[in-house]
Design a protein around this ligand. Structure first.
Ligand SMILES: [Zn+2]
Ligand SMILES: [Zn+2]
Length: 319
């Protein structure tokens, strides 16, 4: 009986999209950015389709049951099936279609930690994801970034260390003057979600916003992970909000306040989005528990995990 109950809970927490049951009702809406670049909105993370003479590059792929609709939307752009697929990070609302597109022949490209987390199976927001099948895994991975020279554009893929997760990438189409920020930017739909259990940190999200602000101009189009297309001014407002709430949490923490006390001060309340899945309190907790100053380049979270496990093991053995 206990086992049945646990199974029921496990089923509830499974990483299936909330939309899985009514996927038939999801419509993929296409919004052009430039003649060779479009965004697909559906259920899950925003998708970019970059297409031209060299082939189609897909950025993120939402949930597996939506693959046929995404393929139809790509075809409707006059573009061939995806030849390359880049994941902005490992979360299932951005990589759920990987197995389908991988089997269909797309080369999957992502940060090292995306492959590691998909291969191992990972946990976030109380749900768990089983290890992904081989065909869902990135076959080309990078640490700091990678550059694609395709369709007359230079597509710079830049790793943003320890931000929404520990495997986030920002894409910059230099000629099209466009960016895809994945879940480093939630535009108008919720307060930021910082996945601490996947190596995320509020400080990394702030640094990622600064990085794009340094590269963007007033004509840039910024594709957020969720929400409508944005401008540099929209991102600047998001960055200012982040900086303000981080500063409020930091000063209260420095004055010795507990998390509950900082939450009671409601430093993020005025930025809460109606219907957003991250509340002001959840955002404050993520900032309060964020590490700052992760050194870049040596996969620091993994070495820390190993040290942590070692310390814990030593303690267990000594008692
Ligand atoms: Zn997402
Ligand atoms: Zn995400």
């Amino acid at each position: 009986m206990v086992r049945a109950a646990l199974l029921a809970v496990a089923t509830l927490l499974a990483p299936l999209p909330a939309t899985a049951q009514d996927v038939s009702k999801v419509e993929i809406r296409t919004e052009p950015v430039t003649p060779g670049l479009a965004v697909l909105f559906g259920a899950g993370g925003n998708i970019a389709v970059s297409h031209g003479a060299d082939g189609t590059i897909l950025v993120d792929d939402q949930y597996a049951p939506l693959t046929p609709k995404i393929e139809a939307a790509i075809a409707a752009l006059g573009a061939p099936p995806a030849k390359w697929l880049i994941n902005t990070h490992w979360h299932g609302d951005h990589s759920g279609g990987n197995e389908n597109f991988g089997k269909a022949g797309a080369m999957i490209i992502a940060h090292d930690h995306v492959r590691e987390r998909l291969a191992e199976g990972s946990v976030h927001r109380g749900g768990s994801a089983a290890p992904a099948p081989k065909q869902a895994l990135p076959v080309l991975t990078y640490h700091d970034g990678i550059t694609l020279h395709l369709n007359g554009d230079t597509v710079q893929v830049m790793h943003a260390p320890h931000a929404h997760t520990d495997g986030d990438s920002i894409l910059h189409w230099k000629t099209a003057n466009a960016f895809h920020m994945g879940d480093l930017f939630f535009h108008k739909v919720t307060l930021p979600y910082i996945d601490l259990s996947s190596g995320g940190s509020a400080y990394g999200v702030l640094a990622a916003a600064d990085r794009v602000l340094g590269l963007a101009d007033d004509k840039s189009v910024i594709i957020p992970g969720h929400g409508p297309l944005a401008t540099k001014a929209d991102l600047a407002a998001y960055r200012a909000m982040l900086a303000e709430v981080i500063a409020a949490v930091e000063s209260a923490k420095a004055a010795g306040q507990t998390l509950a006390q900082v939450q009671a001060m409601k430093p993020a309340a005025k930025y809460e989005v109606k219907g957003g899945f991250i509340s002001g309190d959840a955002f404050v907790a993520a900032i309060f528990n964020s590490e700052r100053g992760h050194p870049h380049g040596v996969q620091p979270d993994r070495s820390k995990d190993i040290m942590g496990a070692h310390d814990h093991g030593a303690e267990t053995h000594s008692h």
